[in-house]
Design a protein around this ligand. Sequence first.
Ligand code: PMP
Length: 352
Amino acid sequence: MTTPPVFAARATYRNLPVYDPADPPVAIRLADNTSPFGMPPAALQALRDGTHDALAQYPSAYARPLAQAFASYVGVRPEEVLVTAGSDEALSCTFRGLAEPGAVVAHMDPTFVMARVFAATNSVVPVAVPVTPELDADADALLAIRPALTYLCSPNNPTGSIVSAAALGRILESSPGIVLVDEAYAEFSGTNLARQAPAHGRMLVFRTLSKAFGMAGLRVGFAVGAAGLIRELEKARGPYTVSALSEHAATCALRDDVAWVRRGAALIAQYRDGFVESLRSAGFHPLPSAANFVLIPMADTARVAQALASKGILVRSFTGLPRIGDALRISIAAPEVMEQVLVSLREAVSCA
Ligand code: PMP
């Protein structure tokens, strides 16, 4: 006798693998594009001081005091900001709050892998649109799909390239649906598309404290857009998802340490340019990057990544990226660390 199944997952989940990236204990982690400088001092101090008895109570329902701080950081009004548990949550809320199940989400490809995962887990349908030969978003091809939502990422993960003003302008002007721009790496490129989102009306920009702000472990991000869109996203998000500790630390970082964060991001950009130059001198062909990582197209990436891991260096290996092929993505840290990476890379490649 066969036992009847005890449950059936929603159809969109059945063939979806659990996203569980390799996380071996290594000395040098350059796989997640986090900050080598750690948390802003004011955030660290806030956590060390603790919040006394406040954690026996729920946090504020929608972290509105923090939304106010984010609003002044990017130059919009507080009601144009949704605070979330990482920008991952903002993306996920958008897919379930602003599109019907089965609606199409067009996304540039390659891009942030979680965009299509969150699309699928929220029962919308991701459609990949390869980037142009210049690695820009392909405005015509994205528009031709007439999607409910269009996902762009600028600077784009993993290429490091910026979506051109021409492509973005075309998409914003002609897209019938909502245009999402993931600006997780904005501090490294010095861009601020978030500021123009509310006035557009159908544009949402996602930001995070996980990268330049060095606070990935606290899980804080935000979305910026017209107040009406943000209200719908609040419904999709639900109350209390950002912990009181995270809100407290983030508020202190925004109050006291924006200049510290900007100095760190400028240093990383400088280290990145130095690393790109050393890679080129060593015969590699890294793509130009506006973010805190570099993508290096090369053969045999799994073996090279493994060789680096054996030296205690964790990087991200990609295979079959549209327009690029196989490549390694390496986050930027201090020059002495990058020097070590370069030595290990040269060894790994010469051993092929
Ligand atoms: N967007 C992009 C482009 C990213 O690369 C990442 C993290 N790798 C995220 C969003 C998610 O960031 P968070 O930690 O804020 O969820």
